[in-house]
Design a binder for this molecule. Sequence first.
Ligand SMILES: CCCCCCCCCC/C=C\CC(=O)SCCNC(=O)CCNC(=O)[C@H](O)C(C)(C)COP(=O)(O)OP(=O)(O)OC[C@H]1O[C@@H](n2cnc3c(N)ncnc32)[C@H](O)[C@@H]1OP(=O)(O)O
Length: 295
Amino acid sequence: MAAQAVLRSSAPARLLSGSFYIRKGVLASWQHYQSRRPFSNEKVLVELDESTVMKMKNPPVNSLSLDVLTEFSISLEKLEIDRGCRGVILTSAFPKIFSAGLDITEMCGKSAEHYAAFWRAVQEMWLKLYGSNMVTIAAINGSSPAGGCLMAMCCDYRIMADNPKFAIGLNETQLGIVAPFWFKETMVNTVGNRVTEQSLQLGQMYPAPDALKIGLVDKLVTEEKVQSTAVAAMSQWLAVPDHARQITKSIMRKPTIDNLVKHREADINNFVSFITKDSIQKSLQVYMDRLKQKK
Ligand SMILES: CCCCCCCCCC/C=C\CC(=O)SCCNC(=O)CCNC(=O)[C@H](O)C(C)(C)COP(=O)(O)OP(=O)(O)OC[C@H]1O[C@@H](n2cnc3c(N)ncnc32)[C@H](O)[C@@H]1OP(=O)(O)O
């Protein structure tokens, strides 16, 4: 129930309205009492050390299941209302994988109701992360296809491990599925229209050095330095006055966020009718079988 309540709230309220600050004020004393403790979630760890770090920990590959997405949105919401938290680093608890993207098993052989709940949770994660008032930095310590790439693109700054074996991109067409309009818009806002058009049609995955070249990530460092570099970048971003940075972020992202908010229910219906098609189910199944056979 708690998860559902959070999933129904909407992120733009955080980024776009002044009421957020009132809420922060009211909750301040409770927050000071509560906030500086790490959260002990199952699949999304929140560490409150030098910087606040959210670590995805869903073995083996951090696929984004309904549970992970729900936990992620709840954790981010908690940080959002925590006065002591102005920025968050998003990373993976596992070396070599940032996130394998949406959990394909959530999109295969389930009921229409399940698909609708799953898609709402994907939307909610995006609304909360893309619409966050906090500084968000992705410390991409491994491969990051599809939904993993989306999460990284939602952040304000992306640091990736400098290893050509790690790749990032929106590869949906390779699975026989289509990146929805708000995935596309997030990518356009990150790398521009031409690169997005080509990348999305080809379902292109970019090895880290190529991702840097097209601006899909902002910086490459050795694997060991990904997190410390993120911490250093965080101090730089936090040196800017919050109100000015937040309003600027809002000006940049509001049209994209508003577009999904406006079409949210239609987008869920589109997803359900698309994913329940026999041909799409077959494509996903073939892709999963291929993944399993590659060993
Ligand atoms: C008209 C328009 C309407 C719009 C409709 C919208 C349509 C839907 C849009 C959906 C949008 C986004 C989609 C996604 O995010 S789909 C997910 C895409 N992800 C991938 O393609 C990644 C696939 N995985 C990999 O490439 C590799 O696993 C890896 C991440 C590079 C890791 O490689 P590895 O060698 O370390 O591990 P591997 O042996 O491959 O995998 C280990 C086990 O994990 C399973 N697995 C991998 N990825 C996923 C996944 N995404 N979901 C579920 N399970 C996954 C894999 O099968 C192995 O399982 P097992 O150990 O064999 O049982």
